[in-house]
Design a binder for this molecule. Structure first.
Ligand code: ADP
Length: 532
């Protein structure tokens, strides 16, 4: 981060959106107080320079729509408490980010102009790694790459479970209900213990950690009394400053595999087969069925196969599938454990997949020069990487916004979701680029709406298309599990059973925990009473 040029003079109105509560002079006074509290170089107000790094370059709206007024980057819980004191007295909204790389779901920029980003990137301590019991305790700024490299340097036999982009925060992704691709892929499930700073500055240790000198704060999740961790995820009830995360011991064997399927309609049968195998844990990790274009993107660009406008026609897609030796759907899975167990499980899996005509099988060594295969093999054994971002090369200056509904794991639901999204995307001129994952008992469909970020019309169409999808899916009883900043209110609005009782409860909690309304106003559609 660059050192900031200095305090803005009180009579110079900064050319940037200010929080509603502040006059330019108050803004400058608040900035000066923040600088005294945490050091000049860790308070950023220069939107041409440092502040630009906080914008979401993939937003469907113009940059200005999500620009912060300033950013503060504390190094400790004590500095966070000092910032909160100032924020409360000036009523400054603070939008917390950990590594702030959450582009798929809305980038690090706040919800509306006139906010300060609370950037926890500098809190980078890996507080504990316990090899015997298989866990780590980390601060917000620790990325998957950093935790992985740390374990490698120590010769650890513990795996991490990264999200597809390895630059993200272990803690940030867990708070957003993110997922990975090893058997420990449900990140919130693998969380054990949190430290949270509340808006009034109180520091809380959750679960067993609430017992002074606790021996089990990273071993047993539920403590005694209500289990509150979930409340601090996808919410604005507190600032999470530490999490425990369980790590999988390296298994004695690992066998990744890919099965390709030639027809779009095969999705029905694939889902019918995968559902029960996942449920009984013969497939122990996130079972991922990847659509053609997603699978092709590390190896090809759209222009190589089609230069026309609108969605790529089937005959061009078939040609691409043939050239790259991939399917309309591509199932990635892995076997873990001692050899005899893997041998036995594979017999069951192979027989099941062979029942789909045209299924082709690939194993280690079969696709030596295929980056798509290589990054899946890494992800399923917890090696962080960034290959998935090659999807951004699919169109010119690619950007994406992710639509991610959940449904039951049935062939019928998978086809319904696929066709709903494909048809809506095609109507707006976009390709269907998606994958389906089976978590535990639900099917997660991730649709990457890829558009050219330098094309105003494409941005506008992407925005409109996304809005329609939210409604299309709500009408079918499918909800999104996570969303972009620009659509949080809309999606929160679809969770409206019994006159919106759940979100009314969220608002009551918000009022109790953050009455001044300084923490991430609007996160998940939860607005402080003063701003709603
Ligand atoms: P990543 O870089 O892994 O994508 P981010 O740092 O962007 O993750 O965090 C994702 C979202 O999670 C943020 O926009 C914010 O709403 C929330 N968040 C992140 N860190 C915290 C935290 N320490 N406390 C509370 N909420 C957080």
């Amino acid at each position: 981060m660059a050192v900031h040029p200095g305090i803005v003079a009180a009579d110079q109105a900064p050319e940037k959106p200010l929080p509603e509560s502040l006059t330019p002079a108050e803004f400058n006074r608040a900035v000066a107080e923040l600088r005294r509290a945490i050091g000049d170089e860790w308070v950023f107000t220069d939107d041409e320079g440092d502040l630009r790094t906080y914008r979401d370059v993939y937003s469907t709206l113009p940059d200005e729509a999500n620009m912060p007024s300033a950013a503060v980057a504390p190094r400790s819980v004590e500095e966070i408490q000092a910032i909160l004191k100032i924020a409360r007295s000036y009523q400054i909204p603070l939008w917390t980010v950990s590594t702030g790389k959450n582009y798929a779901y809305g980038g690090p920029a706040p919800r509306k102009p006139g906010f300060f980003v609370l950037d926890l990137n500098r809190m980078k301590r890996i507080i504990e790694v316990n090899e015997e019991h298989g866990y780590a305790v980390v601060e917000p700024g620790v990325s998957y790459f950093e935790l992985y490299n740390y374990l490698q340097r120590r010769g650890s036999k513990l795996w991490i479970d990264p999200a597809a982009p390895g630059w993200g925060s272990v803690l940030g992704n867990l708070l957003e209900h993110g997922a990975g691709y090893t058997p420990y892929g449900d990140h919130l499930l693998m969380n054990c213990g949190m430290q949270v700073v509340l808006a009034d500055g109180t520091v809380v240790e959750t679960g067993m950690g609430a017992l002074s000198g606790s021996a089990t704060s990273s071993l047993y999740k539920y403590g005694c009394g209500p289990w509150v961790e979930g409340m601090f995820t996808q919410s604005n009830f507190g600032i999470v400053t530490k999490v425990g995360i369980w790590l999988m011991p390296e298994p004695p064997g690992y066998r990744p595999y890919l099965v390709t399927f030639p027809r779009e309609e095969d999705l029905y049968q694939i889902t019918e087969i995968v559902g029960p195998l996942r449920l009984n844990m013969l497939i122990p990790n996130a079972a991922t069925t990847v659509g053609l274009i997603w699978e092709a993107a590390p190896n090809a660009t759209r222009k190589q196969y089609y230069r026309g406008k609108g969605p790529m026609p089937m005959r061009h897609r078939r040609k691409m599938a043939q050239d790259l030796d991939i399917g309309m759907w591509n199932f990635y899975g892995a076997l873990y454990g001692p050899e005899p167990i893997m041998d036995n499980n594979w017999k069951v899996l192979e027989e099941a997949f062979r029942s789909i005509p045209g299924a082709k099988f690939f194993f280690e060594g079969d696709r030596p020069n295929d980056p798509a295969w290589r990054y899946r093999v890494k992800l399923m054994k917890g090696v962080p990487n960034m290959t998935e971002f090659s999807l951004m090369n699919w169109v010119g200056s690619g950007a994406h916004i992710d639509f991610s509904p959940r449904s039951p794991v049935t062939g019928e639901d998978s086809m319904k979701q696929f066709t709903l999204i494909r048809d809506r995307a095609n109507e707006y001129g976009f390709d269907y680029i998606g994958e389906f994952l089976v978590g535990w008992r639900e099917l997660l469909n991730i649709f990457q709406l890829i558009f050219d970020r330098l094309d105003e019309d494409e941005r506008r169409r992407a925005h409109e298309c996304f809005g329609h999808l939210v409604n299309d899916f709500a009408e079918q009883g499918y909800g999104e599990y996570r969303t972009h900043l620009n659509f949080m209110d809309e999606i929160a609005g679809t969770y409206n059973w019994n006159d919106g009782a759940l979100w009314k409860l969220h608002h009551r909690l918000k009022q109790a925990l953050d009455p001044v309304g300084i923490l991430s106003p609007g996160k998940s559609g939860i607005w402080p009473a003063s701003k709603s």
